[in-house]
Design a protein around this ligand. Structure first.
Ligand SMILES: [Fe+2]
Length: 374
C-alpha cells in the first residue's frame, strides 16, 4: 500500500523531470540553469530518501516533509513550464521579460500558499438539514476542529486562534476529529493543553486519526485528554441530553481497512436517539450510511490542500484517493460533513483550500442534495 501514498508524488516528480529540459530552453542563462538542474538533483534526492525511509511507517513520517517539499517543487516546475509554453504562443515575439514574468506566477502562487494561505483560518458555517430531527435538536450547534497537525507548520498560537474562533460560536457540543499531530516529535500534550480551552455546553469529544495511530499514541491521547476533561471516544458511545432529545455520540479510531470498514460500529448505535459518529476517515461513509447513522463528522483529506479551478476544470490531488474530499455528502437519510481541518501534511501549503474551524448547525427539514462535492 506504500506506493499508493507516494503515487501522486512519483507521477509529479517524473513529469517535472521530463519538463526540466523544456524549462532550460525557456529560461536560458547560467543562473536559471543552476537553479533548475540543482533543484532537480536536490529534490529527486529528497524524494528517493523519503521512499527509502518509508520502509518503516514511523520513519516515513519523519521524512514525509521531504517528499512534500519535493512534490511542491515538481508542481512548480510543471506549472512554470506550462505557463512558459502558453506565453510563447500568446506572445509570438517571445519577449523574455514577459515570458519570465508569466513563468514566475506559479512560484508566486505557491509562495502565497506557504506563507499566507496556510494560515488563513476561516470559520465555515454549515446548516445541515436532517429529516425528522427532534425539535429540541433543531439549531444544535456543533463546533468541529480537525487535522490540527501541531508541528513546525502549525504553532500553538495558531491553535489558540482556532480555539478562540470555535468558542466565539458558543457551541453546544465540540468535536475534535483526529490528527492532533503529524509525527513522533510533535507534542500531543501541547495540542491537548490548547484544546482543553474549548468551551461547549455538553463538552469536548474526540476521536483519533491516522497520525495518532502511526505513532501508536491512541491510548495515550484518550487517557491524557480524559485527565484534561475531554472525552476521546475509542469504540465507545455516550448519550447526551438536549431538552427532551437524546444524542448518541460515538467515536472510533481511524480505520483504513476498506475491506472491513465499520465492522464494530453498528453496535454503538442507539435506537430512538440521534446517532452521531466521530470518525476520522470519510471513506467509511457508505458503510456508516448503510448502518443508519444520522450524521458523521470526519476530516483526513484537508480539502486536498491545493484546490485549483482552471477553465471550468477542478484540480485537486485528493480526488485521486477519495470521493469525500471536502463538504457535505449524503446517502439515503445519512449525512457526513468532511472538514478541511486546520493543519497541513507533506507540503506546508494551502491554495484554494483554506484551513477551517467548522460550525455545524442541525436543522429540521428535508435533506437537500450535497452542498458540494469536489
Ligand atoms: Fe490529517
Amino acid at each position: 500500500m506504500l506506493w499508493k501514498r507516494f503515487l501522486p508524488d512519483l507521477v509529479a516528480m517524473v513529469v517535472a523531470l521530463a519538463a526540466c529540459p523544456v524549462l532550460l530552453r525557456l529560461l536560458p542563462g547560467r543562473v536559471f540553469r543552476a537553479l533548475i538542474l540543482g533543484g532537480a538533483a536536490l529534490f529527486t534526492a529528497a524524494f528517493v530518501v523519503t521512499l527509502l525511509q518509508a520502509a518503516g511507517l514511523d520513519a516515513a513520517f519523519r521524512w514525509l516533509m521531504l517528499s512534500g517539499v519535493a512534490f511542491g517543487w515538481s508542481l512548480i516546475v510543471i506549472f512554470t513550464t506550462g505557463m512558459g509554453l502558453a506565453s510563447r504562443r500568446v506572445i509570438p515575439q517571445r519577449r523574455q521579460l514577459l515570458t519570465t514574468a508569466a513563468m514566475a506566477a506559479p512560484a508566486a502562487v505557491f509562495g502565497y500558499g506557504v506563507f499566507i494561505g496556510r494560515r488563513q483560518f476561516t470559520l465555515k458555517e454549515v446548516d445541515l438539514a436532517i429529516p425528522d430531527l427532534a425539535a429540541d435538536l433543531d439549531g444544535l450547534r456543533i463546533a468541529q476542529i480537525s487535522d490540527i497537525h501541531l508541528s513546525p507548520f502549525l504553532s500553538r498560537a495558531d491553535l489558540q486562534w482556532c480555539v478562540a474562533m470555535a468558542n466565539e460560536t458558543r457551541p453546544q457540543l465540540a468535536a475534535v476529529t483526529g490528527d492532533l499531530i503529524t509525527g513522533i516529535r510533535d507534542s500531543i500534550d501541547d495540542c491537548l493543553e490548547e484544546l482543553r480551552h474549548i468551551r461547549a455546553d455538553a463538552g469536548v469529544f474526540g476521536c483519533n486519526g491516522n497520525h495518532e495511530r502511526y505513532i501508536r499514541a491512541e491510548a495515550y491521547t484518550a487517557d491524557r485528554a480524559a485527565r484534561l476533561g475531554m472525552n476521546f471516544l475509542r469504540a465507545r458511545q455516550t448519550t447526551l441530553q438536549f431538552g427532551s432529545a437524546k444524542v448518541n455520540l460515538a467515536g472510533i479510531d481511524h480505520e483504513d481497512n476498506r475491506w472491513n470498514y465499520a465492522a464494530d460500529t453498528k453496535g454503538l448505535m442507539r435506537s430512538g436517539e440521534f446517532n452521531l459518529l466521530l470518525n476520522h476517515n470519510p471513506d467509511m461513509f457508505p458503510h456508516i450510511a448503510k448502518q443508519g447513522w444520522d450524521l458523521a463528522l470526519s476530516g483526513h483529506m484537508h480539502g486536498g490542500q491545493i484546490n485549483l479551478e482552471l477553465a471550468n476544470a477542478n484540480f485537486n490531488v485528493a480526488k485521486f484517493s477519495t470521493p469525500y474530499v471536502y463538504g457535505t455528502y449524503r446517502e439515503g437519510r445519512s449525512a457526513i460533513y468532511v472538514t478541511r481541518g486546520i493543519g497541513t501534511i507533506g507540503m506546508p501549503v494551502r491554495i484554494g483550500a483554506p484551513p477551517e474551524v467548522a460550525l455545524i448547525r442541525l436543522r429540521r427539514g428535508p435533506s437537500t442534495p450535497a452542498l458540494q462535492a469536489l
